[in-house]
Design a protein around this ligand. Structure first.
Ligand SMILES: [Zn+2]
Length: 105
């Protein structure tokens, strides 16, 4: 977790093409509140050192890059997923599962 005693290295970019998938409506909607966060695309192994931080593209929390997941909902215009914290990823998975159950009924 974050250690406030040490300066932390926050990587990422301010996204210009970020949007969020709405599982129920099955469409993307703008996600403007993320425009001022430093975010990265889905985590690659080069970032798994545990000392590099970025912001969760879903909630903005400063998070160790090595503990993040590729979002099911927060995507670029061409569909690449941004990195999100574990808590948001679990929420996204639940929303996705709930929407699938709705379809099957
Ligand atoms: Zn989050």
């Amino acid at each position: 977790m974050m250690n406030n005693k040490e300066p932390i290295d926050i990587i990422g970019e301010y996204p210009s093409d970020i949007k969020i998938w709405h599982f129920e409506a099955r469409t993307y909607i703008p996600y403007d509140k993320a425009n001022k966060w430093l975010v990265v695309l889905g985590v690659g192994e080069e970032h798994l050192d545990g000392y590099t931080f970025t912001q969760c593209a879903h909630c903005g929390a400063i998070t160790e890059v090595g503990s993040m997941y590729t979002s099911r909902m927060i995507h670029t215009n061409v569909g690449f997923g941004y990195s999100v914290c574990e808590e948001c990823y679990n929420k996204e998975r639940k929303l996705e599962m709930d929407s699938l159950h709705d379809v099957q009924q």
